[in-house]
Design a protein. Structure first.
Length: 197
């Protein structure tokens, strides 16, 4: 009985240890490089170089579109291409923020080891490969799930920051999700971002 009780006491510690290891694995996934130009609380102004992406467009509600787009591009990187090549997963997965049109583009950033010419042609004609330039970008970071309501909330916070600093946008607002679907809310990282002039 004493051993069982001790094991019970150690269980939370073991769970925390497991989660910390899982986070380390998640954080080790390749992400786009950028230079930080300014930091103010949860806000950052960054400068991104051009990145190579696989993207698709889905007409649906925000949540359903994100899931459908994720699966479509995941199929491409897991071998659904003319070379049957497996391509490493990166982070974040980038999507348009919730909108009234119900049209969403979902983007996967391709690993830096690949070039436009080296990436295989997707089997699915709805998946496109292209160079993508974020450039100077304003970002707000938040945790938990990037639900429709929470994403809208942080978009409004980002809009306030833009007005306060008299910054002019030159793209649509995007939401970037860095974690796998099974990562717990306290350990999730998301961003709402927009390119500026």
């Amino acid at each position: 009985m004493r051993k069982a009780k001790n094991f019970g006491k150690r269980t939370p510690f073991l769970c925390i240890l497991f989660l910390s290891q899982l986070i380390n694995v998640i954080m080790a996934i390749e992400t786009p490089e950028y230079r930080i130009l300014k930091t103010e609380g949860k806000f950052q102004i960054r400068e991104y170089d051009s990145i190579l992406i696989a993207k698709t467009r889905v007409v649906n509600d925000y949540k359903e579109a994100t899931v459908a787009g994720f699966r479509r591009i995941a199929n491409y990187i897991f071998g659904g291409n003319k070379k049957q090549l497996s391509i490493a997963m990166t982070a974040p997965v980038i999507t348009d923020v919730p909108n009234t049109e119900g049209i969403y583009e979902i983007l996967f950033v391709m690993p830096k080891e690949h070039t436009f010419s080296s990436l295989p042609i997707p089997n699915d004609k709805e998946v496109k490969i292209e160079n993508y330039y974020l450039g100077k970008t304003v970002v707000i970071t938040f945790g938990g799930w990037a639900t429709k309501s929470r994403t809208k909330y942080y978009k409004k916070q980002l809009e306030k920051f833009l007005r306060k600093n008299e910054l002019v946008t030159k793209s649509d607002f995007l939401v970037a999700q860095y974690n796998s679907p099974w990562a717990l809310p306290p350990f999730r990282k998301n961003e709402v971002m927009v390119s500026i002039k």
